[in-house]
Unconditional design. Sequence first.
Length: 321
Amino acid sequence: MIAASSSPGRSDRPMLAIGLRLAAMVMLSTMFMLVKLAGEAGVSLPELVFWRQAMSVPIILGWLAATGSLGLLRTRRMASHAMRATTGTAGLCCNIGAATLLPLPVGTTLGFTTPLFAVLITALVLREKVGPWRWTAVVLGFIGVLLLTQPGGEPIPLPGLAAGLGAGLIVAVVSFQIRDLSRTEAPIACVFWFAFFGSLFAAILLPLYGTAHSAYEWLLLVAIGLAGTLAQFLVTSALRLGQVATVVVMDYTALIWATLYGWTIWGHVPSAAMWLGAPVIVAAGLIITSREHFLARRVSPTSAIDEGATEEAASAPPQGT
């Protein structure tokens, strides 16, 4: 997940924050499980993206209207929101592609490469200082990817690998866009305008890819939208109640749920490569997160972990190591 800075003056309730973040990972894992089922039922990727985004719009509007908070959506940076939604929708396409093309645990693990790509962007694009700890974590993480892809054995499908790594890269890019937006925009505004523009972009393709659906397929599509929206609210609530460096570590529990769903629904038993590669990638992400927290007592976008909640506001610029 993309880490967000904690709100000034908020009340810390660490155990509740951890519980909410754990619940968010359950909902995100459930959403991708439903995405995989819908893809197998014949629902196209543009439809999956559309309903994932479009379902959030009325839910957020209804909640803000009920609480008298519609003013939070006011913005003078509509173009920036549209650009962030363009990038984020591409990342969502990659995430959904990975979920449909790969076993759930593999797709989830590849999503954990986001902090590795964020470090590369920090060093190579932003030209900020990155020290030996984070470079070591990057190397370690991509060794984990090599282990996961079983070089010399039976490799995972190339399109699925590209989608999984593409999701990690794009979510890293989005984290820097959100860091900029969060200087002037409320977190809920980032969530709403991402869903609004993302659903518009996906709607353009519906006439080409949209088809009639059975009651079962409609049920899956509605459930995908609800699960994704609930996950966003849980993630945001957790970040308001606990320190970022504490709650983001809970994101790795998504691998447990993905493995459980993969085993019970599809009979996917994790391979030896999965057992070797996943811990290495997770360890690399933990090194980056802990190093950021040690240096600055705050987590930068280089500490981001997955996708599912790129709608969160990003933190201050990363510190050098």
